[in-house]
Design a protein around this ligand. Sequence first.
Ligand code: AMP
Length: 408
Amino acid sequence: MKILVINAGSSSIKYQLLDLEDVHHFSLLASGLVEKIAEPVGRITHKVFPGSPKEAKVVEDRPFPSHREGLSRVVDLLCDPENGVIRDAAEIAGVGHRVLNCGEVYSDTVRVDADVKAAIRDFFPLGPLHNPANLMGIEVAEEFFPSAAQVAVFDTAFHGTMPPKAFLYAVPYEWYEKFRLRKYGFHGTSHKFIARAAQEFLGIPREETDIISLHLGNGCSMAAVRGGKCVDTSMGVTPLEGLVMGTRSGDIDATAVEYIADKTGADVHQMLVALNKKSGLKGICGVNDMREVVAAAEGGNERAALALDMFVYRIQKYIGSYLAVVPNVKALVFTGGIGENSDGVRARIFQGLEHLGLVLDPEKNAIRSPEPREIQAAEAKTKILVIPTNEELQIALETKAVIEGREI
Ligand code: AMP
């Protein structure tokens, strides 16, 4: 079944076209990115059969006044008589859309209808950067793929199983009742993919899948998972809370916002831009790309070393607290650009955690591979896994399940 996965941002559309049977039987027909939508010159980078010997790439710089023109070009490239991967847009059975947040309204993946669109719109204030773009992506896709099922996959959905003691903030209760203020958690599609993949790797039933998953990329989050279900996660009402990230501060005392706003004359909006875009690794050492931070730290840059220490220390603290929440933990699982690729960051995280039974095997940790693998030492009490995430595949699988009327 051919499924198009769309992740529409405010000025971009990321997409993949997959032909899939199940999690182990799929092929990637095309992938690409339309960027700088609504700017004088935009860009589309389109790849057919990415990662295979047949891979071919098209890059075009041209204006895309809106998402409509962007997706129109994607459809033309997909159906191109010479280099296309399908003959007709009608071959696509479903379009799976990544949608940021729909709160408690839909706790699972759903086929899009007028109610779903209204609910996505209703959550614009809690996802001002993403939800409007996600809805635009859906509306444009409905136009170009009228016969396909449009399916919304929410980034918050996996965290819908958290109990109130984990998702509520200790603030006046009516803020939750009236304004829906609570921890929602994000990266849910990735944590869900990882929980299932870890279950399969460990060869255990879902009810015994007790893990701590660490998605460490430019955005970073952790999830405490018991019986395959999320019981706590580090991101909050927005993705700002929790770990130190590329440009986000993670946990911070809210008083800091008032104090620095008073000192600098910034308003609340400017303060939140600073906490989301100018903080984290970037705030401490000026760069947000972990490869650059590690290289600078190893080259003697003290701020970069400090940023790395802070990044690692926050993760260690969350591991400690999630070990208390997941007493029968079977594995800690690393994913995301940093989690999958940086043996150096993983090694730093486990320095000093031996008393918790968490010990890495340095040789296994250094191995690079796209396959799921375990990297703990023989004497470790708990397994440590590296599992590459695949959010697009997860969205495509869920879209296919919705089309077939199967449980996800
Ligand atoms: P993501 O958002 O999942 O694409 O992850 C992006 C982050 O992964 C960036 O901070 C990259 O620097 C980081 N990353 C990718 N490869 C490596 C690597 N080999 N070592 C350290 N960081 C890496």
